[in-house]
Ligand binder design. Structure first.
Ligand SMILES: [Fe+2]
Ligand SMILES: [Fe+2]
Length: 112
């Protein structure tokens, strides 16, 4: 399992991979925050798939930011030996509101 790049086809599970994402939060109080995330490495799940933990904070906007902690959904194969994960979470409450965030992260090597 060495020298696996983002364009290599890998059948099965790839240890220690992670995922990036570039997203925006939902609109609350008339604004959004950009959300740039890199997940932790995989945690095995009981069905033989894996999920990813992530935590961080969104970009400063309108005088405040928000933090978040979340677990992804299971691996979703997308062809070419790659997979993605669905994520959905609510940020912390700051300035009297929070934001909903959901989407699909960037593909990483492995099919499960
Ligand atoms: Fe906000
Ligand atoms: Fe993954």
């Amino acid at each position: 399992m060495k020298n696996i790049g983002k364009d290599d086809f890998v059948n099965g599970f790839v240890p220690n991979h992670n995922h990036g994402s570039v997203d925006y939060t939902g609109v609350t109080d008339g604004h959004v925050h950009q959300c740039l995330d890199i997940t932790f490495p995989p945690t095995m799940s009981q069905d033989g798939s894996h999920i990813h933990y992530t935590e961080g904070y969104v970009l400063f906007e309108e005088g405040h930011n928000h933090h978040y902690r979340s677990w992804s959904g299971p691996a979703i194969p997308v062809g070419n030996g790659m997979h993605v994960h669905y994520y959905e979470f609510q940020t912390t409450e700051d300035n009297g509101h929070s934001h909903h965030v959901k989407g699909i992260d960037q593909p990483s090597p492995g099919t499960k």
